[in-house]
Each structure stands twice: as C-alpha cells, then as structure tokens.
Design a protein around this ligand. Structure first.
Ligand code: PRP
Ligand code: URA
Length: 209
C-alpha cells in the first residue's frame, strides 16, 4: 500500500492556515500556494539519490556529491494544480512539465478528461503529480492511470489537503504511489467538498465564480 507522508513543517502549516481562510483574496492565495509548493518540493526531494564526484576548488580537490538517478517530471492536474508549478520550479528549475486536463463533473463527481500533453520521456522520469485537493480521489486516480498507460514507472502524488475518502481511493487503485500531503481533513460533504478544506481551489486560484 502507498505510504502517506504528512508534511508538518511549521512554515507549511502556517501558510496553509491563510490559504484556508475565506478572507484570503486571489493574489495572496496564489502567492501562498506557490510558497507552500516550494516548501513541499524541498521535503519531497529529501530521498533523491546522490553520487560522489570530485571537483577542483581553488584550494584542492574536493570529494562532493551531486544528484544522480532519474530526472523529475511535474504533472499538474488542471486547473488548480497549475498553482503549484512555479513554486516547484523554484526548487527544481530543470524539471519538465506535463499537463493533465481533468475536471470533476459537479453532478456525478466523476473525472472528465479534456487535455493531456506530456514529455515524451515520462518512462525515464520521477513524476510528481500536483493538485491542491484530493477529495473523492477520482481526478488523481484517473490521471495516474493515464500516466501509467503512457509508460510512467515512478509516480508520487503531492497535494495540499486530502480527505480520508481520497486517500483510500488512491491506495486501492494505485498501491505503488506514495502520497505527500500538508493536511488530512475530516471528510467530504454531500457535494464532494473537503470539510473544512479551503473551498474550490481552482476558483480561488483564478478568481472565477
Ligand atoms: C478540483 C481539484 C481536483 C479535484 C479533486 O478540480 O483541483 O482536481 O477537484 O476532486 P476529486 O478528488 O473528487 O476528483 P476541479 O474539478 O474543481 O477542476 P478545476 O481545477 O479546473 O477547477
Ligand atoms: N475540489 C476542490 O477544489 N475543493 C474540494 O474541496 C473538493 C474538490
């Protein structure tokens, strides 16, 4: 079963409180989401493999370490996942970015796919799927299935807020995928929104509705 990693770093928790606050406007919401994504990028990359190299300093050769292994691919789920991309790229500036266009039908809560554009070498990359919200888990589960069908072999899911229902769905559908999350909330309401959550992430990020 995929593990759930909760990022309880004080800066992440502090900023998440203001992201949740209904009084936070679009500009600040956008800035905070990118700041949290940057801090989460720092945490999610903790286990990247290193290899030893030797560099010549002005004084002497130094045995030192650099990243080795597979390169990173970021896969935001549109629209709200876009709000995490710039923050991630601050830490991972050479990552390639693929876009997964999926929205949740408001009546059925089922994922509807409308656009997919991925780097051609996703099989060779460590993929990090980005979406602020994991509610029923339908959008993330569908997106991960698409990535696997196109050859992806290593996938992590990074979200700000998850509901227990979404975690259960992810673990049932994709037991090989670990979840990295800033907070696990209580439940879903009758409209499939996370309680207490932060509301509609896409609408708050882009100022729609
Ligand atoms: C939101 C959110 C997730 C999805 C989560 O997107 O960004 O993608 O809902 O819900 P689920 O876990 O029940 O699938 P939404 O459908 O509102 O699309 P948007 O980002 O384009 O507004
Ligand atoms: N999508 C959102 O944007 N918010 C929720 O609470 C659930 C799904």
């Amino acid at each position: 079963m995929g593990k759930v990693h909760i990022f309880d770093h004080p800066l992440i928790q502090h900023k998440l409180s203001f992201i949740r606050d209904r009084r936070t406007g679009t500009k600040e919401f956008r800035e905070l989401m990118n700041e949290v994504a940057m801090l989460m990028a720092y945490e999610i990359t903790r286990d990247l493999p290193l290899e030893e190299i030797v560099v010549e300093t002005p004084v002497a050769p130094a045995r030192t370490r650099v990243l080795s292994g597979r390169k990173i691919g970021l896969i935001p789920i549109l629209r709200a996942g876009l709000g995490m991309v710039d923050g991630m790229l601050k830490i991972l500036p050479t990552a390639k970015v693929g876009h997964m266009g999926v929205y949740r039908d408001p009546e059925t809560l089922q994922p509807v796919e409308y656009y997919v554009k991925l780097p051609s070498d996703i099989a060779e990359r460590e993929l990090i799927v980005l979406d602020p919200m994991l509610a029923t888990g339908g959008s993330a589960s569908h997106s991960i299935a698409v990535l696997k069908n196109r050859g992806a072999r290593s996938i992590k899911l990074m979200v700000l807020i998850a509901a227990p229902e979404g975690i259960a769905r992810l673990q049932a559908d994709h037991p090989d995928v670990d979840l990295y999350v800033a907070a696990v909330d209580e439940r879903l309401n009758e409209h499939g929104y996370i309680v207490p959550g932060l509301g509609d992430a896409g609408d708050r990020l882009f100022g729609t509705k």
